[in-house]
Structures are given as C-alpha cells and as structure tokens.
Design a protein around this ligand. Structure first.
Ligand code: UD1
Ligand code: CA
Length: 450
C-alpha cells in the first residue's frame, strides 16, 4: 500500500492478429480468467487505484469485461493504432485529473504481480520520473533494449530501430512503465514518431525525461512477470507458468496434490485445510473446496462448492451450482448441476442430479436420473432427508420425494411421493417355470434334422 494516489492505464487496443481469432486478444483466458482480468486484479491488489482502460474501436466486449472486474473503470477508445504512447494519450482526460503515480500496463501481459507494480511505484516515490522493468529473456528479439550508462538508464531502443551492436544488449524492456504524475503529460506530449514504424513509442519517455533533467530507472524483473502474449503458443506457455504458480500456492497453503503436474487449477480456485487432490483433476472457474475434502482422480469441477470432508470422484463431474454439504459422497460417473446435496447424502455411481435438492443422508442409487428438462423448461426435483432412491429410477420433475420415502428400483416417478412411503412404478414380474429348458430342447431337436 502507498499513501500516494495512483492512476493505472491499461492498454488493450491491440488487434491481436497473430492469435487468429474472432475474440479480442486480451479476452483469451489463462487459468479460466481473461488475461485483461488478471492485469486488473494485480492492479487492485496494490490498493486504492483509479483505473483507465484503452480499447480499440468497436471493442465494447473488452470494456464490459474490464467493468466486470473494476466497475468504476474509465474506458477510452483509441480510434487508430499509432503506438503505445499514442494509446496512453487516448486516456488524456484521466491523466489530466492528476495522480501522484501513473502506471501503464499492457492487457496482454497477464502474469504481472502486484508487488512488482509496487516496486515500480516505489521508484517514483524515491525520485524517479520514469521507471520500467528490465529483464533478460532467453531470446531478446522483438523486445526494446535498455541503453545503460553505468547504473543509469539513458534510453530504450526498439528492436527494429536498433543497430547491430544495440541488438547484442541482453537487458530488455518488460514493457510496463511508471511515470511521475506531475510530469507525465509534459513527457508524453513531447514523444514524436520519427522511427522506422512511424509510431509514437512510450519507451521514448526515458530519453525525454533525461533531456528534461529528470531521472529514469530500470527495476529488475523476472521473465515470467512480463511475459507478453501474441500467439496461441505463447498463450499455452503462459498458462503453464500460471498453473505452476497456482499449484505451488495451493501446496504452500497445505493442499496435498499427489501429482501436481496433472492437476489444472483456475486462478480463483479456493481450498480449505487438509484437502487432497488426486492425479488428473481439472478445476474450472469458481470452485470452493472446504476442509478435509478429497477430490479423486479424473474429476472435473466448475462453479461448484465441495463441503467439509466430502468425497468426489473418481470420474465425477460437478457443474455450476453444484453445492455439496459436509461428508457428501459423489462417486464415479455422477454428474451434478444446480443442485444442493445436503450433509451426508450419497450418490455413489452413475447418476445425473440436476436442478434438485437432495436432503440430508439421502441415498441415490446407481442409474438414477432427475429428468429436469421437458424440452421447453427446466423443473425441480426435491428429495427429502433420508430418502432412498432405488437404482435406475427416473424422477420426472417437477416432483417431490418426501423425507424417509423409498422409490423402488427401475421406477419412473411422475407424481409426488409422501414421506415414509414406498413408490413403485413397474409391472409385476412374471415367471414361466421350465420355459428356458423347453426352448433349448426344441432347438436341439431341429438341429439334429438331416
Ligand atoms: C513493447 C515495448 C518494448 C517492450 C515490449 C515488451 C513500446 C514502443 N515497446 O513492444 O520496448 O520490450 O513491449 O513486451 O512500447 N497498444 C495499444 N495501442 C497501440 C499500440 C499498442 O493499445 O497503438 C497496446 C497493445 O495492445 C499491447 C501493448 O500496447 O497490449 C504493447 O504493444 P505492442 O505492439 O505489443 O508492443 P511491443 O512491440 O511488444
Ligand atoms: Ca507485445
């Protein structure tokens, strides 16, 4: 946290042509969350910050995604893509309102962390007018090179404008920048476009600040913090880095991951204490797992809550709105959607429970289906406390099974069942003594014929 006020400008006007996708680049997801949201979350973690997002023409979907994370975000449109400094100036009215610190972030650099942003801001508090992130990538091509004079940062040379000697510089620009709010507009207004691309480069802020007698500094950063995404390949590489961070954070918080590399987490997955996750489990967005729960192999969870001590899987699917109480068992090939399963209830094999409530300690037999959809609308199934649903039953919603009631195996239940009753819906079994033997005898007679 800092006592200084801050305006964060997030640049998200890029076309993202190299993603070869109809979806704007910054809305592609890592860890189940759009990259833009990752950047905005990092900004929010630094404390009270005013947020401006610069979007391209007709990119209302980007604006909407930004406002979902930061409802008060100011949105600016950059009508023509004329460079990073030009993009920052699209937010001129936000800049003119003033702030002690200005942070410029890129919407396609999703792994940036709040403490790195705080280091940039700390450099401003220590007297720098411009601060950026320096890192040494394995392959520096494409990045701006940092021109140093001893410890002093004197300029940034973009890759395509660099001389052969400058290209040998290993220290590169991470892209993000912090500017002293009192000087930012004066610096930005001086940036021209006399370069090979004819673009207004934000990186020219360094040399201009120096000319104005101001100080510019580079802060050491890790490649992972400034990883920019331009292609689907880089998206996958960044996902891998994020997964590693999420797995490590989960284990540090006490989660047992038996085979961490096989577990896929979402950025917002929440675990209690003493949770065990077996190999090959996938967590989609918005999953909460309470203390002592076990998620067994090959399960897929999304928008679900797993209560204390519950057991899920192997091979279970929890879809959005699945809410499992304490000690619930959801076994192999059971799918649960928009359903509350109360404490101690069990569905151990082969079932679909959708749009339902299953009361405390109820037992759902193998093959049970809640028939929740009639082709037009969804209906609810309500199963009482301690009820017993026999195997292969179809519960045609809307329908209620009372507390403690039994449903006989193979029944198609279309009417409510009162508490403690038995409902059976199937025809009585007929038995024909000796029938099978007679059939066999008949067959062997016909087979003997020449
Ligand atoms: C930029 C830096 C480079 C640095 C690299 C790190 C400049 C001039 N160069 O280069 O020094 O090493 O990042 O990844 O800043 N954008 C707009 N409008 C524009 C142009 C860009 O919104 O008119 C946005 C893009 O959507 C993107 C960000 O600004 O999120 C960076 O632009 P990009 O073209 O990717 O810059 P680089 O060439 O990668
Ligand atoms: Ca880039």
């Amino acid at each position: 946290m800092s006592a200084r006020s801050c305006l964060a400008i997030v640049l998200a006007a890029g076309e993202g042509t190299r993603m070869r996708s109809a979806l704007p680049k910054v809305l592609h997801e890592i860890g189940g969350t759009p990259m833009l949201a990752h950047v905005l979350h990092a900004v929010q973690k630094t404390g009270e910050v005013r947020v401006a997002v610069v979007v391209g023409p007709k990119q209302d979907v980007v604006a909407t995604a930004a406002r979902r994370v930061v409802p008060g975000a100011e949105i600016f449109e950059q009508t023509e893509r004329r460079g990073t400094a030009h993009a920052v100036l699209a937010a001129k009215t936000a800049l003119a309102k003033g702030a002690d610190d200005i942070l410029v972030l890129f919407g396609d650099t999703p792994l940036i962390r709040a403490d790195v942003l705080m280091q940039l801001r700390a450099a401003l508090a220590n007297g720098a007018a411009v601060a950026l992130l320096g890192f040494r990538p394995k392959d520096p091509s494409g990045y701006g090179r940092l021109l140093m004079k001893g410890d002093e940062l004197v300029g940034v040379r973009e890759d395509r404008d660099a001389t052969a000697d400058e290209k040998k510089i290993a220290l590169c620009n991470g892209g993000l920048m912090a500017l002293d709010g009192g000087k930012a507009l004066a610096i930005l207004n001086k940036i021209g476009n006399a370069n090979s691309k004819g673009e207004y480069y934000l990186t020219d802020a360094v040399a201009i600040a120096r000319d104005m007698g101001l100080k510019a500094v580079a802060i050491d950063a890790e490649e992972d913090d400034v990883r920019g995404i331009n292609t689907k390949g880089q998206l996958a590489e960044t996902e891998a880095v994020l997964q590693q961070r999420l797995r490590n954070a989960a284990m540090e918080a006490g989660v047992t991951l038996v085979a961490p590399d096989t577990v896929f987490l979402a950025a917002d997955t929440k675990f209690g204490r003493d949770v065990t996750v077996e190999p090959y489990v996938v967590f989609g967005p918005s999953v909460v797992v309470d203390d002592g729960a076990t998620i067994r192999s090959f399960s897929h969870l999304e928008g679900a809550h797993v209560g204390k001590g519950a057991r899920v899987g192997p091979y279970a699917r929890l879809r959005p709105g699945a809410d499992l109480g304490a000690d619930v068992h959801i076994g192999n090939f059971v799918e649960v959607k928009a359903a509350t399963i109360e404490a101690g209830a069990k569905a151990n094999h082969l079932a679909y429970i959708g749009d339902a409530r299953v009361g405390e300690k109820a037992n759902i037999g193998a093959g049970t289906i809640t028939c929740n959809y009639d082709g037009a609308a969804k209906h609810k199934t309500d199963i009482g406390k301690g009820a017993f649903i026999g195997s292969n039953s179809a519960l045609v919603a809307p329908v209620k099974i009372g507390d403690g009631a039994y449903v006989g195996s193979g029944s198609v239940i279309t009417a409510d069942v009162p508490a403690d009753a038995l409902a059976l819906e199937r025809s009585r079994q007929t038995v024909k003594e000796g029938w099978a033997k007679r059939l066999r005898d008949l067959k062997s007679l016909t087979a003997k014929k020449p």
